[in-house]
Design a binder for this molecule. Sequence first.
Ligand SMILES: C[S@@+](CC[C@H](N)C(=O)[O-])C[C@H]1O[C@@H](n2cnc3c(N)ncnc32)[C@H](O)[C@@H]1O
Length: 453
Amino acid sequence: MPRLTEQEQQEIIRFIEADKPLPDKYRFLLFEDKREVELVWNGKTSEVCSIVLPFQVIEQVDEPRAEKPEDVKRKDKDQEFLFSLDERGRQLKGWTNKLIWGDNKLILSSLKNGPLREEIEKQGGLKLIYIDPPFDVGADFSMDIEIPSSVPPSLGGNRGETFTKKPNILEEIAYRDTWGKGADSFISMIYERLVLMRDLLAEDGSIYVHCDWRVTGFLRMVMDEIFGKDRIIGELIWKHQIMGGAHGRRLPKAHETILWFKKGNAFKINEKSPEVRVPFSDYVRDTMQQDSEGRWFYTRRRMSRKATDSERESKAHTITYVDDPEKGTLASDVWDDFPSYQPKPIDNTKYPTQKPNELLERIIGSGTYEGDLVADFFCGSGTTAAVAEKLGRKWIVTDLGKFAIHTTRKRLIGVQRQLKADGKDYRAFEILNLGKYERQHYIGVNPNLREEE
Ligand SMILES: C[S@@+](CC[C@H](N)C(=O)[O-])C[C@H]1O[C@@H](n2cnc3c(N)ncnc32)[C@H](O)[C@@H]1O
């Protein structure tokens, strides 16, 4: 039987001649690739950006080492072996972390298809991506910034000044093109970027997508499609303190969803990482005991009391051996052990959407091993970079906002200084930009953008 009846063929011709869109049913009749369940939106396409723009190095930041060369020789002698330093103490060789300013679509396609790809692969590939894309983007591009007074209020100074930072032209374009039309444009924006991220990720790498609750459902379908339904590692729930009033319309919001997918089957959770371990419950601790060889174990049934020898021998209980009770157990997929939504005062950059370090510690700890390369293409205040540096991972982070780049730069200099003061390893980082070429690219594709803008 032909796929289309004579009548249907005539109907299609009539629609085309009248320059009208075809009825929905033809989507399934005309195309070869029939997916059982698929998310479709206006303008969906499988084409992804393949442009390669050159990165310009704006600055190399190796602050504490560059400050006092005499200290370098004394304190950083272990690092000389790791990184190779010049006589001023600057890192010469080895991987340099990257803070990149620009639109992540162009950055991703330039990383994927350009010369930096080889450098990434030499480091063993990109092992983890965390993204926290904004849905209500106004919160990030137009914000109130407080400039603290030089004399603190405790010493009689005033509270400093607040000014509203207006979005720049590239931020405005991002807003118009990607968020201006609601969920439709958000999904097409993220779809293309997620395809590029998948292509850049190592075969044994994984990706965490922090979802805005208004688009979690869409994102799950998009991830299933791009990575494959069988590639989901987990749907993580971060249970935090109650955020905002509901005023009778919904229940108070107290959790966030993070989707975790792997690229290929070679991925392995780092179960030994202390960041992914939590203490045993009191219940388990109370029933834990040692066998005649000194091994710790607990039993899974009748937990209200310790199993007797005969119960254990008759296998009435499942016995779980524990290497070291002090090292706790693997966290579940509900994370409720760091409830504060606010970053700790010591980490707080006042960036409006900053996430607490503890969240990124669990993410980076569970998804990578020391020395691995991690990335965040919507880095905001640089939480991923700050935590990666402290946990001895290499990093690439990017943001479109100038204020985000400034905040991350300042924060990472602070992290370098702290690590140096603690006598620990740290890496240099460079600030890169696609700026000049990016503007030219936009002038080429966006007729509404004048050169002087
Ligand atoms: C929700 S915030 C991320 C906050 C971050 N997780 C933290 O802890 O600070 C999202 C960030 O994405 C950035 N962004 C939005 N669109 C972007 C784009 N097209 N390319 C790069 N960054 C973008 C915004 O500037 C904002 O800083």
